[in-house]
Design a protein around this ligand. Structure first.
Ligand SMILES: *[C@@H]1O[C@H](CO)[C@@H](O)[C@H](O)[C@H]1NC(C)=O
Ligand SMILES: *[C@@H]1O[C@H](CO)[C@@H](O)[C@H](O)[C@H]1NC(C)=O
Ligand SMILES: *[C@@H]1O[C@H](CO)[C@@H](O)[C@H](O)[C@H]1NC(C)=O
Ligand SMILES: *[C@@H]1O[C@H](CO)[C@@H](O)[C@H](O)[C@H]1NC(C)=O
Ligand SMILES: *[C@@H]1O[C@H](CO)[C@@H](O)[C@H](O)[C@H]1NC(C)=O
Ligand SMILES: *[C@@H]1O[C@H](CO)[C@@H](O)[C@H](O)[C@H]1NC(C)=O
Ligand SMILES: *[C@@H]1O[C@H](CO)[C@@H](O)[C@H](O)[C@H]1NC(C)=O
Ligand SMILES: *[C@@H]1O[C@H](CO)[C@@H](O)[C@H](O)[C@H]1NC(C)=O
Length: 449
């Protein structure tokens, strides 16, 4: 009994309590209450002090920012207004942040003729395009640099639709490339016996029709002070995500018809064109099937497979990759040495390629080059070809109208003379201060003046 009264700690766990034990615990509770109150006061005091300190810090910071840190130049105010215009501030950001940040943009943005998308970047590029259009539409004048003269001539000739219709696709048909394209030649293609894939890879890489493999010159990812050649998979006619769909997919069916219509428009017999287009698409699908999917294209350490031209020839003896690369580099009057460093991005593609090439018909391989070259050269050239493009675009992108001619020609000229036109744009549009700032940051490269 005494031992129990002296050990209050166990009493709580018992179901029956003795009176003295209850007293004891009430006394203990009161003591705790006082202690807690003192403790609470201390906490409150500390909290008040911290709050005061924070307030002072905030107050002085705010004062400081009010005068120095808030940008109220004309450009800053304009930019803030531009952002605010896109927002829908009636929406609670905690409920739908996208609507809060972009709601008004969705309501007010309008797609122009032939456009299929618009975002805040394209609004800026629309403004830039208006300026570039005026730049390219200017008559050439004394003092114009060569690239501007060429760009203006290209833009002008692209805008001259009458002349383009008059000349038509004949210059293309006159090329030796068109003359060896089986689909245009017809059923009695005589090239089968002497066909050599290696001959054609080089010949067509020279005109950027990289049908079997492709390359890019870029900084070495392990040492950005030197350049390397990246050997990659080819440019396929459609992206991999379409080419790996079921053969009867509506996009693939539309693309097959598109290829056939193009070949017919260029003079092929409809029946030959249909068969060759189908075989071409089958082969492209097989090539797409052995390419590395997007998720395998992220890990650069796996894609870093350095080798040399000589080793490439030994590793992939079924195909003369060095010959193709050398042909492409003769365009720039460059000769690749045997010990030239090459980085193979996707060795698995080249390992599987042999089997695909072994089963492909020679005629279809030749047509791979033929279709690719034709699409590169005459795509959208004449009204008839543009109608074929639009029919395909309706299925592919939902686009029902062509872009205005000037936008097409502007795109053509700016992509062809991208460096020169960018330079001219910078010269005219950027302030001296900004140019100087950039120039110093990039090590006084004097590329901007
Ligand atoms: C096509 O080539 C022929 C001769 O091979 C030539 O007479 C003709 O002018 C050329 N046509 C075009 C549009 O280049
Ligand atoms: C990177 O390449 C440059 C040029 O080839 C060379 O001078 C430099 O030593 C290389 N750096 C390293 C870390 O290998
Ligand atoms: C494609 O073919 C498969 C069977 O091979 C069929 O189930 C599917 O419905 C077809 N799809 C279309 C779009 O015709
Ligand atoms: C794709 O490749 C796999 C083997 O990797 C093969 O089983 C399949 O038939 C191929 N599909 C096509 C369309 O070539
Ligand atoms: C070339 O082959 C060798 C030996 O088979 C191999 O170790 C190397 O990884 C291959 N290189 C490339 C780039 O495929
Ligand atoms: C390559 O050399 C030829 C003949 O010397 C010359 O006409 C051409 O302009 C050169 N091309 C380049 C890109 O330097
Ligand atoms: C190729 O790269 C190696 C280093 O990986 C370097 O030593 C060699 O000089 C390079 N060869 C050429 C021709 O640049
Ligand atoms: C660039 O030029 C400025 C003077 O115009 C000089 O002060 C600066 O050190 C230079 N920077 C470099 C990286 O050469």
């Amino acid at each position: 009994m005494t031992s129990e009264s002296n050990s209050p700690s166990i009493s709580g766990s018992k179901s029956v309590l003795y009176p003295d034990q209850i007293n004891f615990s009430e006394k203990e509770a009161r003591t705790c209450g006082q202690k807690c109150l003192i403790f609470l006061l201390i906490i409150l005091f500390i909290a008040a002090a911290v709050f005061m300190a924070l307030f002072l810090v905030y107050f002085f910071k705010y004062e400081d920012r009010d005068t120095n840190d808030i940008c109220d130049t004309v450009n800053c105010v304009k930019t803030a207004a531009m952002l605010a215009e896109k927002m829908d501030q009636s929406v609670n950001p905690c409920e739908d942040f996208d609507k809060y940040a972009c709601g008004n943009f969705y309501h007010t943005v309008v797609l122009d003729d032939g456009e299929t998308r618009k975002n805040s970047f394209s609004l800026v590029s629309d403004r830039n395009n208006d300026f570039l259009k005026s730049l390219l539409a200017e008559e050439t004048k004394p003092g114009d640099r060569d690239y501007m003269i060429n760009a203006k001539n290209l833009y002008k000739s692209c805008m001259d639709e009458g002349k383009i219709e008059e000349i038509g696709v004949q210059p293309f048909l006159n090329t030796s490339y068109a003359k060896e394209w089986p689909t245009l030649i017809g059923e009695n293609w005589a090239g089968e016996a002497s066909f050599s894939l290696d001959d054609f890879i080089g010949r067509y890489m020279y005109v950027s029709a990289d049908a079997i493999f492709s390359f890019e010159v870029t900084a070495d990812i392990m040492n950005s002070s030197r350049h390397t050649i990246w050997l990659t998979d080819p440019m396929l006619c459609l992206s991999r995500q379409y080419l790996t769909r079921a053969r009867n997919d509506s996009v693939l069916q539309a693309y097959e018809k598109y290829l056939k219509d193009y070949a017919v428009a260029l003079g092929a017999a409809p029946r030959t064109a249909a068969r060759d287009a189908a075989a071409f698409l089958d082969l492209e699908m097989q090539l797409a099937n052995i390419t590395v999917p997007p998720e395998g294209r992220r890990d650069y350490s796996k894609m870093y497979n350095p080798t040399t031209l000589t080793d490439l020839r030994q590793n992939y003896s079924y195909i003369d990759i060095p010959r193709g690369l050398r042909a492409a580099f003769t365009l720039a009057n460059m000769t690749l040495e045997d010990d030239q460093n090459i980085t193979v991005l996707f060795p698995s593609y080249f390992e599987k390629l042999e089997a695909v090439l072994a089963t492909a018909e020679k005629r279809t391989l030749m047509n791979l080059f033929g279709f690719m070259y034709a699409l590169k050269r005459v795509k959208g050239l004449t009204k008839q070809l543009r109608e074929i493009d639009l029919e395909w675009a309706k299925v592919y992108t939902g686009k029902t109208q062509e872009l205005p001619r000037w936008k097409k020609c502007l795109g053509y000229a700016t992509s062809t003379f991208s460096f020169g036109i960018s330079k001219e744009f910078t010269r005219r549009k950027f302030s001296e201060d900004s140019k100087h700032y950039l120039e110093v940051s990039c090590g006084n490269c004097s590329c901007l003046t």
